[in-house]
Ligand binder design. Structure first.
Ligand SMILES: [Mg+2]
Length: 198
């Protein structure tokens, strides 16, 4: 029997993107710090930047250039991320599934994973609609991704934040958010204890 395939998101699950994004936006885009969130959690609770800061957000964090490179270089792993990655690669067939929208950010993200996640294996999948990807489980922080994947009848779980606590559990009973150790406990309970798992 084949191994259970896990699709694993990067930002908000493995990488603390927004902690560094605010510093880069402030430095290069001249966006005042008080308009910028401190971390992923704050970002999702008030992520509507007005112009001209909205354009700076794309220009300095996503367009090819020095500021985007620096943001990727400086971003740290989230607490518990290395342990989660090691656990997953030891027990499941893991594929990174990230929504990085251009090839420059995709290459930088792969480089970040190579640097920070021991035993990282490429290739990654880069997709906006993760529910269309082949996999048994999605681990992601974005509520829209969790709901859409869960609605296909597959398991969608992720680290818990204020912005995803409201995910629709009725969509699929296997959709849920936990703290980092809770994700591992859930997978242990659901898969590794089952006789079908290899
Ligand atoms: Mg994410």
């Amino acid at each position: 029997m084949r191994k259970t395939r896990v699709l694993l998101d990067v930002d908000g699950v493995l990488r603390d993107w927004w902690g560094v994004a605010r510093l880069v936006l402030n430095h290069f885009g001249k966006v005042p710090l008080d308009l910028l969130p401190n971390n992923t959690e704050e970002w999702f609770s008030r992520h509507h930047l007005e112009e001209p800061h909205k354009s700076a957000f794309i220009k300095y964090l996503f367009d090819p250039g020095l500021s985007t490179m620096i943001a990727h270089k400086m971003a740290s792993p989230l607490p518990g991320a290395k342990q989660l990655y090691a656990y997953l690669t030891g027990n499941f067939d893991v594929t990174i599934c990230s929504s990085q929208g251009n090839s420059f950010c995709q290459a930088l993200t792969e480089e970040w994973l190579r640097t920070h996640m021991p035993k990282f294996k490429s290739p990654c999948i880069f997709a906006q609609k993760k529910e269309n990807c082949i996999g048994d489980i999605l681990i992601d922080d974005k509520p829209e991704n969790l709901n859409a994947f869960g609605a296909t009848g597959r398991i969608a779980i992720g680290p818990i934040y204020n912005y995803n606590m409201w995910i629709n559990h009725n969509m699929c009973e296997a959709t849920g958010v936990f703290d980092m150790p809770g994700i591992i406990e859930y997978l242990d309970r659901t898969f590794l204890d089952s006789p079908e798992h290899v």
